[in-house]
Design a protein around this ligand. Structure first.
Ligand code: GLY
Length: 285
């Protein structure tokens, strides 16, 4: 068994953040990174760590994921979440999903179940019922901020984790974009787009999902690692491709198999927190 130094990075979404909520968002990212780190430092798996970090962010109403998700054109919360285990290329996701508090946990169950990769809408809810997954009233996920139609289009959350056995996992969760059409599915639940991991590295993306899907951004970023560059350079290159091909704003976080961390954004902000050696906790926006 490899004895790899674990590493973790989380993001709280790329976009423009009002000054009064930036430090609270950075605190939220730190709490999520520490939840993942606690698992990793005790020898837990990258998949468990990535899921745990995203649960913390889904439960924090400041972020556009789980509780606090943005509303669609019908005034409802419809969430997307995806998780990928880079070791075995297993992936699971739920999309356009209502009525569960932590969609990332259900995405994990889809992955463990193994029959399918993505379940959407009513089908995802049917699966939840089939496995006895706890449901919640859809309105309980709506926070006052969203009710007032405060617009924060890009508050997707994500985590990339590397465990002590050298395995990489990624988890991403989002309420999607404000005022989207019911049934719209973004990049987060689609392997290779908003969420991607293999044995070279992992990436979680944030920004306008339609553009991220078109350039298969997560896989594009991890493919750049094969050129021998580090994740910081790979993230910048993937973002440059997105900018050149679509002109859209976004951000992404990455870890490679050596535990090197990278992130890039072309937005005003993207709160991130990473822990690479267990002692240094870095927050940045
Ligand atoms: N990146 C999140 C979304 O577009 O749904």
């Amino acid at each position: 068994m490899t004895s790899q130094k674990p590493a973790v990075i989380v993001h709280g979404g790329a976009g423009s953040i009002k000054d009064d909520s930036l430090s609270a968002r950075l605190d939220g990212c730190k709490a999520a990174a520490l939840a993942a780190w606690t698992i990793l430092e005790h020898g837990g798996s990258a998949v468990d760590a990535a899921e745990a970090a995203v649960v913390v962010l889904e439960d924090n109403p400041l972020f556009n994921a789980g509780t606090g998700s943005t509303l669609n054109r019908a005034g409802k919360v419809e969430m997307d979440a995806g998780i990928m285990d880079g070791d075995l290329l297993r992936a699971g996701a739920v999309a356009a999903m209502e009525g569960v508090k932590n969609p990332i946990k259900l995405a994990r169950r889809v992955m463990e179940d193994g029959r399918h990769v993505i379940l959407a809408g009513k089908g995802a809810l049917l699966f939840a019922r089939e496995i006895g997954f706890p449901e919640c009233p859809p309105h309980s996920l709506i926070v006052e901020r969203e009710r007032k139609r405060w617009e924060d289009k890009h508050g997707t959350v994500g985590c990339v984790a590397l465990d002590s056995t050298g395995k990489i996992a990624v988890a991403t969760s989002t309420g999607g974009v404000f005022h989207k059409l019911p049934g719209r599915i973004g990049d987060s639940p689609i392997p290779g787009c908003g969420t991607y991991a293999d044995d070279r590295g992992g990436a979680s993306c944030t920004g306008m999902g339609e553009a991220i899907i078109r350039i298969v951004m997560g896989k594009t970023a991890v493919d750049f690692l094969s050129e021998g560059i580090d994740p910081a350079a790979a993230a910048r290159k993937a973002l440059a491709v997105l900018e050149a091909k679509t002109g859209v704003q976004a951000g992404l976080i990455m870890i490679d198999r050596k535990g090197r961390i990278g992130y890039a954004r072309n937005t005003t902000h993207m709160p991130v927190c990473f822990i690479a050696d267990g002692e240094t906790i870095v927050v940045d926006s």
